[in-house]
Design a protein. Structure first.
Lengths: 328, 244
């Protein structure tokens, strides 16, 4: 990845964006093609691989493990909830600057963003124009980016499911945040958790058994309400989405908008050192919201189509082979 | 869970292979957009991605050599690569040791004198670990270096071999590795049959050594066929596209 950009190149990109023509021929609101594949890693509860045409390649895995509940010492909450622990890592293969400790800051930033948007108790901000579906999402307020954490609890106060979400950035082509969140959403969609059977031993003691049936598993409840992020980059007086590496170097201010399928805003983060006028800010948020909903629809359609194709293959006795890196 | 026998009475291993049989090997090059050369290799369920950047300006001026390039290898293992999730720190001793093995293996093979004052970076990412990580890393690195166009005297092909119960076997998987079998990793230059790396951690009776080494050498030759085919196919493909 170029960490330097010449003034001529910067000017070229700036002027191009003014005229609604970007360096690779896209227009300002155009997103690159998203290639998605789920179930690419065995030995995980769920996994996915997201590629943005042009380079960005992210592998996300979800592993469901059993562990003790985490009780917040101050509020006493969490005894009846499962946990989601996120981790993002940028491999040095993605870019020259990720060697050694170079990626630490970026890893930390992405991990914190993921943790904030996914596993904290967030009250979603409903817009006035939201439909009834959004009010049910707000009442299903276990936060956690829509995921029902109570369902992940096995024995209240003792054992729960912990979902370890590990994202690995293999290749850098700009717009990492969006790719990571899209991959996470797909991986959680793909995740299957074994059923547990809780036995009451009396005296308030419980024992549980994990049913090892590969066919009889549960999906993660609330996965449809998981948000994805849309990153908007302010260049000049305009904003673009899905920036390439060179465009990211020209960015004055960056806005990450997390939105779920009901159009609710699940998170907002501004980055880099430029300022955004309030009117432009509202415009960017609105745009990000609309685009986010469209993206979620497209993603869900892709995941559904893939699952159906796999089902047909299985019924016909054909082996389901995941392309992974062999996909062109 | 009772310990499954590693070698059945019929001579089949735990995954149905014969002792002298390699796992299914699939590979492809040029998978990353930023790296100068990259390769993805699968030895059965062991999946490794190698990226090569270079030759480029050295990062640390102090380490620059005036007449040759320096090689830098970094190995990362993904937390989801094994059955149990485990996050390894970058300074994990085992990983650093493996990275230095890879470096030592390639230092005599890469014609570094062609690139003075520069640095060649090799980044390895283990995506899934099912035994034979070092061999997969070395093989993937060979292909990535070729893909990057870095001059080498020969391919470097690596293969693991060990003594499984009664017989010598090659390409051990995770279950065989973690049980009581001895395992040796060998990296060989196929044209001259010279060995550039030998690494063994367990006990092996000296009488069995020759058999194990011989089998490993054959395994390396088989690896060479597979890797060479992939590289040639890709080169033909590129030549065809350029000729249009």
């Amino acid at each position: 990845m170029p960490s330097l950009i010449s003034p001529a190149e910067r000017d070229y990109i700036l002027k191009g964006i003014e005229c609604n023509i970007r360096a690779d021929g896209r227009q300002r609101p155009d997103y690159r093609e998203v290639i998605l594949e789920t179930g690419v890693i065995s030995q995980t509860s769920g996994s996915s691989r997201v590629r943005l045409a042009g380079g960005t390649d992210v592998l996300v895995s979800v592993k469901a493990d059993i562990g003790p509940v985490l009780v917040d010492p101050e509020t006493g909450e969490g005894a009846d909830k499962g946990q989601i622990i996120c981790n993002v890592e940028c491999a040095p293969s993605a870019s020259q600057q990720f060697e050694g400790r170079g990626a630490d800051e970026l890893n930390n930033e992405l991990t914190q963003m993921m943790t904030r948007f996914l596993s904290h108790n967030t009250t979603t901000l409903s817009t006035p124009s939201s439909t009834t579906s959004s009010s049910t999402a707000a009442s299903n307020n276990n936060g956690a980016g829509g995921i029902n954490l109570s369902k992940l609890c096995i024995i209240p106060g003792e054992q729960c499911w912990i979902l370890y979400v590990d994202a690995l950035v293999l290749d850098y082509g700009g717009n990492l945040v969006d790719a990571v969140f899209m991959g996470t959403r797909a991986a959680i969609f793909d995740t299957r958790i074994p059923k547990t059977e809780v036995q009451d031993l009396g005296d308030g003691n419980f024992d549980f058994e994990v049913l090892d049936d590969a066919e009889d598993t549960e999906v993660v409840e609330g996965r449809e309400d998981m948000p994805i992020c849309v990153t908007l980059n302010k260049i000049g007086a305009r904003h673009i989405v899905d920036a390439s590496p060179l465009e990211e170097l020209c960015t004055e201010a960056k806005l990450v908008v997390a939105v779920n399928r009901s159009g609710e805003l699940c998170g907002l983060q501004k980055g880099q050192d430029g300022g955004i006028e309030p009117s432009l800010l509202l415009e960017m948020i609105q745009f990000g919201k609309t685009l986010g909903q469209t993206l979620i629809k497209q993603l869900d359609a892709k995941i559904k189509a893939e699952a159906e194709a796999d089902m047909i293959k299985r019924q016909n006795g054909q082996p389901v082979v995941k392309l992974g890196f062999f996909a062109q | 869970m009772s310990r499954a026998e590693l070698l059945s009475p019929e001579g089949l291993r735990i995954d149905g292979r014969r002792p002298a049989e390699l796992r299914k090997i699939t590979s492809t090059t040029c998978v990353l957009s930023q790296a100068d050369g990259s390769a993805y290799l699968e030895h059965g369920n062991t999946k490794v991605l190698a990226a090569v950047y270079g030759p480029r300006e050295a990062r640390h001026r102090a380490l620059v050599l005036h007449d040759r390039a320096i090689l830098n290898v970094e190995l990362n293992v993904a937390p989801f690569s094994t059955g149990e999730r485990r996050r390894r720190s970058k300074n994990d001793k085992r990983l650093l040791e493996m990275a230095s093995f890879v470096k030592q293996t390639f230092e005599p093979v890469v014609i570094a004198t062609l690139y003075p004052r520069s640095q060649i970076d090799i980044y390895l990412q283990v995506i899934q670990h099912d035994g034979g990580t070092l061999q997969a890393c070395i093989n993937a690195t060979t292909m990535a270096l070729i893909d990057a166009g870095i001059a080498m005297t020969d391919y470097v092909c690596a293969c693991t071999a060990g003594w499984v119960e009664r017989e010598a076997a090659i390409d051990l998987n995770y279950i065989e590795e973690s049980s009581d079998t001895s395992e040796v990793t060998i990296a060989m230059l196929p044209k001259s049959s010279k060995i550039t790396l030998t690494q063994m951690e367990s006990r092996l009776h000296v009488d069995k050594l020759e058999e194990v080494f011989r089998l490993a050498g054959e395994g390396c030759k088989q690896m060479y066929e597979v890797m060479d085919k992939t590289i040639r196919d890709r080169a033909e493909d590129l030549a065809r596209k350029m000729a249009v």
